[in-house]
Design a protein around this ligand. Structure first.
Ligand code: PBG
Length: 334
C-alpha cells in the first residue's frame, strides 16, 4: 500500500465515494426526487375520424375526447395529477381572426367540459394562443405582415375566459405577446374566475426544438420557414429572459414556464436564483423525439435517459415538469 500524503486536500480523511458505496447511503444523500405528481402531461386532442398518428413523435398519438378520458384515468392511477390540452383544429376552421378560438362549442371547450365531468379533480390546463386557429400558424393575428400585439391580446383574453368557463383550472398563455398576463388576469377576475391559475410561458425561446409539436398540430406546413422570432425569445439571451419573468410575476403569473428544457437548464437555474416563484420546465417535443429516435436506433436507453433528463430539471430548480413521456416516467417511478 503506497503512502499518500495529500497535503493540499483532505484526502484520505475525506472520501466522497464512502457514501456512494451502497444503495442505502446513496438514498440518504440524494438531493432531488422525482414523483409522478411533478408531471404535467401534454395531450393532443382531435375530432373523431381524423388521423391519430404523429409521424415526428413516436409513441405519441392525437386522442379523441373519449380516448383522452380513458387515458387520463390511467394517468391518475399512476399518480399524475395534471394534464394540458392542445387541440388539432381542422384546417377549414382556421381564419385570419382566429374566430374558432372563441367558439364556445369548439373542440377544446368540448374536451375541457367532458374531461372535467369525467375527472373532476384533475389539474386541467388549457393553452392560450392562436396558432391552432390561424391559417399561418402564428400565435397572434397578423396585421400588415406583423404579428399584432394588442389586437392579439384582446382575443387571447376572451379565449382565456372561454377556457375557464369550459372547465380549465389553469390557463397557460404560450403566445409571448407583451402584457398579456396582466390583461388575462384582469379579464378572468372580471368574469368571476379569480381562482383560475395562470401558468405563464414567460420564457419561451424561438426554438427549432418545437418542430415535432408543429407536426402534431399541422402548423408545420402553414408556418413553413417563417420564424416566431418577433415574439419568442432569442436563444442567445439570459437577461431578457429574466426581465420577462419579472414582468409576468408582477402581472400575476402563478407559475412561470421555461421552454425548451434541457438546452436551457442554465435559464431555469438562473430564474430559481433570482425569483422565489414556482418554475415549470417544459421538455418539448423535439427533446422527446430525440430520445425516442435514438432509442429506436439502439443508440440510447430511452428509460434511463428519460429519467435522467427529468431529474436534471429538478436539480436546476424546477418544481413542475411538462413531458410527453409522463406516463412512461410515472410507470418507471412506480
Ligand atoms: C404554440 C406552442 C408551441 C409549443 C407549445 N405551444 C409551438 C410554437 O411556439 O410554435 C411547443 C411545445 C413543444 O414543442 O412540445 N403556442
Amino acid at each position: 500500500m503506497p503512502k499518500f500524503n495529500n497535503f493540499r486536500g483532505s484526502f484520505p480523511a475525506t472520501r466522497l465515494r464512502r457514501m456512494r458505496q451502497s444503495e442505502w447511503s446513496r438514498n440518504l444523500i440524494r438531493e432531488n426526487h422525482l414523483s409522478p405528481a411533478d408531471f404535467i402531461w401534454p395531450i393532443f386532442i382531435r375530432e373523431e375520424g381524423l388521423d391519430p398518428v404523429i409521424t415526428a413523435m413516436p409513441g405519441v398519438v392525437r386522442l379523441t375526447i373519449k380516448e383522452a378520458i380513458l387515458e387520463i384515468k390511467e394517468a391518475i392511477k399512476l399518480g399524475i395529477n395534471a394534464v394540458a390540452l392542445f387541440p388539432c383544429v381542422d384546417a377549414r376552421l382556421k381564419s385570419e381572426q382566429a374566430i374558432e378560438a372563441l367558439n364556445p362549442d369548439n373542440l377544446i371547450c368540448r374536451a375541457l367540459q367532458e374531461i372535467r365531468s369525467a375527472h373532476p379533480d384533475i389539474g386541467l390546463i388549457a393553452d392560450v394562443a392562436l396558432d391552432p386557429y390561424t391559417p399561418h400558424g402564428h400565435d397572434g393575428v397578423v396585421i400588415k405582415g406583423q404579428v399584432a400585439n394588442d389586437p392579439s391580446v384582446e382575443i387571447l383574453c376572451q379565449q382565456a375566459v372561454l377556457l375557464a368557463k369550459a372547465g380549465a383550472k389553469s390557463v397557460a398563455p404560450s403566445d409571448m405577446m407583451d402584457g398579456r398576463i396582466g390583461c388575462i388576469r384582469q379579464a378572468l377576475d372580471q368574469e368571476g374566475f379569480s381562482d383560475t391559475c395562470i401558468f405563464s410561458y414567460s420564457v419561451k425561446y424561438a426554438s427549432a426544438f418545437y418542430g415535432p409539436f408543429r407536426n402534431a398540430l399541422g402548423s408545420d406546413k402553414t408556418l413553413g420557414k417563417q420564424s416566431k422570432a418577433s415574439y419568442q425569445l432569442d436563444p442567445a439571451n439570459m437577461d431578457e429572459a429574466m426581465r420577462e419573468v419579472a414582468l409576468d410575476i408582477q402581472e400575476g403569473a402563478d407559475t412561470v414556464i421555461i421552454k425548451p428544457g434541457l438546452p436551457y437548464l442554465d435559464v431555469i437555474r438562473e430564474c430559481h436564483h433570482q425569483f422565489s416563484c414556482p418554475i415549470h420546465a417544459y421538455q418539448v417535443s423535439g427533446e422527446y423525439s430525440m430520445l425516442k429516435a435514438a432509442a429506436q436506433q439502439g443508440f440510447l436507453d430511452f428509460e434511463a435517459t428519460l429519467l435522467e433528463s427529468l431529474m436534471a430539471f429538478k436539480r436546476a430548480g424546477a418544481c413542475g415538469i411538462w413531458t410527453y413521456a409522463a406516463l412512461e416516467a410515472a410507470k418507471l417511478l412506480g
